[in-house]
Design a protein around this ligand. Sequence first.
Ligand SMILES: NC(=O)c1ccc[n+]([C@@H]2O[C@H](COP(=O)([O-])OP(=O)(O)OC[C@H]3O[C@@H](n4cnc5c(N)ncnc54)[C@H](O)[C@@H]3O)[C@@H](O)[C@H]2O)c1
Length: 249
Amino acid sequence: MSQTARVAFLTGAGSGIGRASALELCRRGYRLVVTDRHADRAAAVAAEAGDAIGFAMDVRDWDTIRAGIAQGDAWGGGIDVLVNCAGINSPYTVIDTPIELWDDVMAVNIRGMFLCSKAVLPGMIARGGGVIVNIGSASSLVAMTERAAYAASKGAVLSLTRSMAMDHVEQGIRVNCLCPGSIDTPWVDRLLESADDPEGLRAEIVARQPMKRLGTAEEIARGVAFLASDDSSFATGSALVLDGGWTAR
Ligand SMILES: NC(=O)c1ccc[n+]([C@@H]2O[C@H](COP(=O)([O-])OP(=O)(O)OC[C@H]3O[C@@H](n4cnc5c(N)ncnc54)[C@H](O)[C@@H]3O)[C@@H](O)[C@H]2O)c1
């Protein structure tokens, strides 16, 4: 790991959990490479953070990822932490899931994580260590109705986390998965917007929560910062569940 401020590289960091994680890591003294499919969002978060660069990176595209990781490496003098946060939803059963959407969910949520890790690991190994934080979901662990493709991809996120953790433990690399429950981000806003009765649906979602509220992006960001830092030095291949009790019921 570098002796100076650590460098964290985030995907999907233009909104919600990724954005909050970027700002939390910044508060804790990290230098940031903020990426998102949308260039303007990445640039805005980088500007808000301060010691950061922000640019477009679509996690579906290997060439773009390799160029992005190289750019981050060159700017930061090495990447110490990768936060794989980019993700998309698919609120359907198997029967209703369009095949193209299944493919896109897998391309973003799990193949993208594989590609970003593949691009960043050689540099981490060469420098003697690093940390990868993969954003999973409560659906990595338990069934959720009408989330077939999404849950399949998030189950794979946890499996990939465990495999990478074991493959690279002796190289000083820790890989962990953070599993959020329902978190109040633009993600949820989009789900509500598509409903006939958005306020009714929000009330229903809140009523389903053991804590009778949604989580905040900041609550998840503090978990990301924990997994990124030496505070979690004995954790690898683990799933940190921050879900207000959802999976405990
Ligand atoms: N909000 C929740 O309730 C919740 C719960 C569990 C897990 N998660 C996970 O947290 C992560 C972030 O979700 P969020 O709630 O912040 O959602 P969000 O929609 O606010 O943010 C997702 C970000 O990912 C970016 N993105 C989408 N496709 C991309 C691609 N191909 N390449 C690069 N960036 C891309 C989007 O532009 C967006 O900025 C996702 O992986 C999601 O599965 C969210």
